[in-house]
Write a protein that binds this ligand. Sequence first.
Ligand code: C5P
Length: 218
Amino acid sequence: MNQKVIAIDGPSASGKGTVAARVAAALGWAYLDSGALYRLTALYAKNQGIAWNNENEVAQLAASLPVEFIGQTILLNQQDVSQAIRAEHIGMGASAVAKLPAVRTALLQRQRDFLTHQGLVCDGRDMGSVVFPQAALKIFLTASPEIRAERRAKQLNIPLESAEFQHILADIQARDEADQNRSVAPLRQFPDAELLDTSDLSIEEAVKKVLDWYSKKS
Ligand code: C5P
C-alpha cells in the first residue's frame, strides 16, 4: 500500500530542501530534512571528540541524538545549532558518517517516525529507495553542478569569478562523487522516481511540478 509520503532525493545544493519544505507547507504535511540528521550526527561526534570514521561510537551517538526540531530551529543538547550544521566542513562530515552502515541503520526508524497521519514530505539521498520505499510519489531533483554552485554562492554573497566560488564548486563535485560511489545507499535516480531537473526552473515552478505530479497520483 502507498504511504502518504512525497520522497525527494537528489544531490547537495540542488534546492530539494526548499522545494520539499514548500510542498509540505502547501499540503499541510510534516517535513523531514534527513540530511540534517546526518549533519547533526557529524557535529555531535566532533563536539564529543569522536572521529567520523569510528563506526560503532558514531552509530551510538546517532541512535541517541539529543535533538529537538522546533519550526526552523534545531536544538542539539538544548543549543541552537541551526546555522552550525550548515557549515561546509560539517557537510563533509555528514557525508563521511553517512557512509557507515551502522549509522544509517541507527537513523532509519528515527526518520520513519516523522510520518504523521496527515502525510510527510522528506528530502535526502535514499528517501524513496530505503526509508520510504512505499512513498506515493518519488522524485529525483537535480541541477547541474555549476548551477548548484552558483545558487550556493549567491546565498553566501560570493562573487562567481572568485577563488572561493571554485572551492564551492569543487566541494559540491567531491560530495556528489562520495554520495554516488559509496556502497551503502548510493545517490542515484531509481526507475520509479520522476526526474525534476531544476537547472532552468524557479523554485515556484519546481514546487508546482511536484504538486501537479502528486495530484495526478492521488
Ligand atoms: O542534504 P545535505 O547536504 O544536508 O546532506 C548532507 C550529507 O548527508 C550528504 O552529503 C549525504 O552524504 C548525507 N545524506 C545521506 N542520506 C540522506 C541525507 C543526507 O547520506 N538521506
